[in-house]
Ligand binder design. Structure first.
Ligand SMILES: Nc1ncnc2c1ncn2[C@@H]1O[C@H](COP(=O)(O)OP(=O)(O)OP(=O)(O)O)[C@@H](O)[C@H]1O
Ligand code: SF4
Ligand SMILES: [Mg+2]
Length: 318
């Protein structure tokens, strides 16, 4: 069995803007992969296309062009009916657990409902499985019979992870799973996710704005900016030496070294050149040329022609 679980190639997704018949590009030639059992961190500012990527992989939206393979088979071009048997394999956990539960179902009913995506189990087996799932996310039996409104945000987010695990998926897309939680609870949910990674071979795509979350849980990281992947690296390599000026600015915001500011706000790109050119302190004339995502060492890709000759990043500590 190949180690490659998901392969997204050249994904493009545009949305119509309300005015003027123009379209905005949410995914702009995105190529990423996910191996079995690994955790891929996805970082990038608001609007960079992270959720759109997840929704495309789960077939909640269709791409304009590009391919998405799951276990080697194309899933982007197939019909929703053909995709249905795969739905159990690809699951999602959303940022705000409170709005993602049916308020009239207990947690046990919710979990058993989510198991319907997999082959039939007896009632007793379903109950057993529900209890085991709650244990996996470090919630005790008493939560089985609670309703969503009787639980805290952190408890509900654990239950949301249990619900995603219920149909025995190969991958869970965790879309900012800790963003709506208090700092203290955030750490606990993250520890729980790490324990799950060790116990199961489920792969995760973990979206977070918080580099501490990414450092705590990801094996590899992709950094997105305005619909493009601008950097991809192992966690170790990225945290040791961020190379793309956008990644450097993200790290600089949370490190003790000198600040590397970006100028202004992200604005829609005009022209074929680097999307960051208007904001980047290192920009020169060559940045007006298209910047392909280029492999600079095995497993490491960067979308900046100057990445290797910029002054070393001063991180002090991150
Ligand atoms: N259904 C939609 N209709 C129109 N535009 C959309 C739609 N979904 C996303 N977009 C636009 O696509 C871009 C990418 O959105 P997306 O939600 O993927 O960003 P994100 O990286 O998840 O941001 P955030 O960190 O705020 O969640 C944004 O500019 C957004 O406004
Ligand atoms: S290509 Fe130029 S503008 Fe873009 S990130 Fe690199 S140095 Fe900055
Ligand atoms: Mg999002």
């Amino acid at each position: 069995m190949s180690t490659r679980l998901i392969e997204v190639r050249g994904a493009v997704k545009t949305f119509a803007l309300r005015r003027g018949g123009r379209r905005m590009t949410a995914l702009d030639d995105v190529t990423v992969f996910l191996d079995r059992g690994e955790t891929l961190g996805v970082v990038g500012e608001s609007g960079s296309g992270k959720s759109t990527l997840g929704r495309a992989i789960l077939r909640l939206i269709d791409l304009d062009s590009g391919s998405i393979r799951f276990e080697g088979a194309e899933i982007q071009a197939i019909t929703q009916a053909e995709f249905r048997p795969l739905r159990a394999k690809l699951q999602m956990v959303f940022q705000n657990p409170a709005t993602s539960f049916n308020p009239i179902l207990t947690i046990e009913e919710t979990l058993i409902d989510a198991m319907q995506l997999t082959p039939d189990l007896s009632r007793a087996e379903q109950r057993d499985r529900a209890r085991q799932l709650l244990l996996d996310v470090e919630l005790g039996d008493r939560f089985l019979h609670l309703y969503p409104h009787e639980m805290s945000g952190g408890q509900l987010q654990r239950a949301a992870v249990a619900r995603a695990l219920a149909p025995q998926p190969a991958m869970i897309f965790l879309d900012e799973p800790t963003a709506a939680l208090d700092m203290s609870v955030r750490g606990q949910v993250l520890n729980m996710l790490r324990a799950l990674q060790r116990k199961r071979d489920t792969a995760f795509m973990l979206v977070s704005h918080d580099l501490r979350v990414i450092r705590g849980a990801a094996d590899r990281v992709v950094v997105m900016y305005m619909g493009q992947v601008v950097e991809e690296a192992s966690r170790g390599a990225l945290f040791e030496r961020p190379l793309h000026p956008y990644t450097r600015a993200l790290f600089s915001a949370v490190s003790a070294g000198p600040r590397e500011h970006l100028k202004g706000e992200a604005v829609a790109a005009s022209g074929p050149g680097c999307r960051l050119a208007g904001r980047c302190a290192f920009a020169t004339g060559g940045c007006r040329d298209p910047q392909p995502l280029t492999e600079i060492e095995p497993g490491r890709r960067v979308r900046c022609w100057r990445a290797l000759d910029l002054p070393a990043f001063q991180k002090e500590h991150a």
